[in-house]
Design a protein around this ligand. Structure first.
Ligand code: ADP
Ligand code: MG
Length: 212
């Protein structure tokens, strides 16, 4: 499956909490503005009215009784709306769409960490993607303890972040497993240097892949 001829590109940024996804997204946004690249920056869960409302339900710490499958369905509901109304039209109009988290987060968190059957997760992800293809996934390969240290601890207002370290290690292992399975789509960065050094490496990689 391809996103088509003159069509745009779709890049996702994935990884655990605090590993620099939003920082890199911001630096890429500045880069695209400087270079005059027609790009759209967005995030999940969220990215449009309906999906931002679903986001607040998913992340609300008061919803501690939410079951794993409910959580999965909400993520995929938010993704479906965001993809159909924002991501897909932008790709079709020739833009480079760069999204902070996408399907691999659902596979890592709800599949590998929560333990929902990966075939179920993959089917729902596929439905929610509305036929778009991810051209490249920038994976910030930083273990969760380092991520939380960087961000100065857990955000108590985020139900997923509040899960224990064992959960976040399973998420990380999940990402590493997806990386092995999807080695061509994945571009991985250990983010050992400064955020600017990592940014340079990401830009180089996206140019090499014909995305920029
Ligand atoms: N390469 C880096 N080295 C050190 N600290 C970083 C680096 N990149 C980002 N940070 C810092 O780590 C924290 C979390 O970054 P953030 O981009 O919010 O992560 P995420 O969006 O993945 O949760 C921020 O305080 C950010 O300034
Ligand atoms: Mg972030």
């Amino acid at each position: 499956m391809s996103n088509g001829d003159k069509k745009g590109k779709f890049v996702t940024i994935e990884g655990c909490e605090g590993v620099g996804k939003s920082t890199q997204l911001r630096l890429l946004k500045e880069y695209c503005e400087r270079q005059g690249i027609n790009a759209l920056f967005t995030r999940e869960p969220g990215g449009c009215g309906v999906s931002e409302k679903i986001r607040s339900v998913i992340l609300d710490p008061e919803n501690s009784e939410m079951t794993a499958v409910t959580e999965l369905l909400l993520y995929c509901a938010a993704r479906s709306q965001h993809t159909q109304t924002v991501i897909k039209p932008a790709i079709e109009s020739g833009k480079v769409v760069i999204c902070d988290r996408y399907c691999d987060s659902t596979a890592a968190y709800q599949g590998y960490a929560r333990g929902i059957d990966l075939n179920v997760v993959d089917s729902l992800n596929k439905a929610a993607m509305c036929g778009v293809k991810i051209d490249c996934t920038v994976f910030m390969d930083v273990p969760p303890d380092k991520g939380f240290a960087r961000k100065g601890g857990v955000d108590a207002g985020d139900r997923l972040e509040r899960e224990n370290m064992d959960f976040h290690r399973k998420v990380y292992e999940g990402f590493k497993e997806i990386e092995r399975r999807e080695s061509e789509r994945f571009a991985s960065f250990t983010a050992q240097g400064t955020k600017f050094e990592t940014h340079e490496l990401i830009v180089k990689e996206l140019i090499a892949r014909g995305i920029f």
